[in-house]
Write a protein that binds this ligand. Structure first.
Ligand SMILES: [Zn+2]
Length: 111
């Protein structure tokens, strides 16, 4: 058998190393890590640089905006820097500085 290939436990057919199921009898292969007992998706990350466009539009209320942003990733924590990054993209420039200084005490009060 070629290096890296695996034999099907059902029919013995030779399959490529990355095959998810047997090409001959369609028996699914054990795909490894995701099936391990202690495998679980990692949550509880600190989000420092949020990905993409802010998912929550600005409606003039900082508390409501922060709550709505936090609700988009309830298992993770948006750092103040992450909130500032998105806040900068949704509020008028002349309001940003004052609002940004309120983020840290606001987040602390929401713990
Ligand atoms: Zn097979």
């Amino acid at each position: 058998m070629a290096k890296g290939h695996k034999a099907c436990s059902q029919c013995g057919a030779d399959n490529g190393a990355r095959a998810l199921s047997c090409g001959s009898c369609h028996q699914p292969f054990d795909i490894g890590a995701a099936n391990e007992v202690f495998f679980f998706p990692i949550t509880g990350n600190n989000i420092i640089t949020p990905a993409g466009k802010c998912p929550v539009p600005w409606k003039g209320d900082l508390v409501a905006w922060v709550e709505a942003v936090r609700d988009t990733a309830p298992n993770d924590h948006f750092t103040d820097a992450a909130l500032r990054y998105w806040l900068r993209t949704v509020v008028p420039a002349n309001e940003f500085t004052n609002l940004a200084t309120e983020l840290s005490p606001l987040q602390t009060s929401m713990l």
